[in-house]
Design a protein around this ligand. Structure first.
Ligand code: ZN
Length: 226
């Protein structure tokens, strides 16, 4: 059986039997793969220290003749985030885990870029990173046009059923010109000072997208307000 190797991010690991894990990875060249890490929960397993989420991993595996492949080696590289950002990092992984399913060749680059955005930004980091992920999965449009009719000269636009709409296409939660500008600017990599109201509104917009696509809300998106 062919031996494969790739750069990978660990999405989840699920206990299997008494001593093993089933690990879900997003890989750079092979998309999402599930692999059996035999004995990984044994105290002396070489996998124990290496199978960490939010780290750059290099994995080696044997593909299964039919069904799941077997993990044979993991080398752990540097962490993508410092410790204070790891909670938000885990939320990103949970969302990415729903966005990119097995057989989908995408996900690795998108998630790595999001993790970098989370690491770079002082404020709004999680919102920027999640927005990037959702956008890369094709669930968002640009913020200068109504997503229904394409009209662009509206001052007041609205967020309804996870879409940006003009007043003729339907009302909903108002999205001010200022908020749209702020989001576009912060996504472009510049620092923007968000008001609390704008932060909450942006998080509401993202929450609606997650709910519309049946993604379980992570802690940062559960509460109504900060
Ligand atoms: Zn419209």
């Amino acid at each position: 059986m062919a031996e494969m190797h790739d750069h990978a991010l660990l999405l989840r690991r699920i206990p299997y039997g008494d001593t093993s894990f089933i690990c879900h990875f997003l890989t750079e060249h092979n998309g999402r793969v599930s692999l059996m890490a035999r004995g990984a929960r044994r105290p002396k397993s070489a996998f124990r220290a290496s199978l960490e989420s939010l780290h750059a991993l290099e994995i080696v595996w044997r593909s299964g003749r039919s069904g799941m492949g077997t993990l044979t080696d993991v080398q752990r590289g540097p962490a993508y985030l410092n410790l204070s950002e790891s909670m938000h990092g885990l939320e990103l992984l949970a969302i990415a885990s729903r966005l990119f399913q097995e057989g989908d060749p995408h996900g690795f680059e998108e998630l790595v870029t999001s993790l970098h955005k989370l690491a770079d930004r002082q404020q709004q980091g999680l919102l920027v990173a999640v927005w990037h992920l959702l956008d890369s999965a094709g669930w968002l449009g640009d913020l200068s046009h109504c997503w229904q009719c394409g009209s662009s000269d509206e001052q007041a636009m609205y967020w309804k059923q996870a879409q940006l709409l003009c007043s003729s296409c339907g009302g909903g939660m108002p999205v001010s010109v200022g908020l749209r500008k702020s989001i576009v600017t912060v996504l472009s990599g510049q620092q923007v000072r968000f008001s609390i109201a704008d932060t909450n509104a942006w998080r509401d917009m993202i929450r609606q997208v997650l709910m519309r696509h049946d993604i379980r809300l992570t802690d940062s998106f559960k509460s109504e307000r900060l």
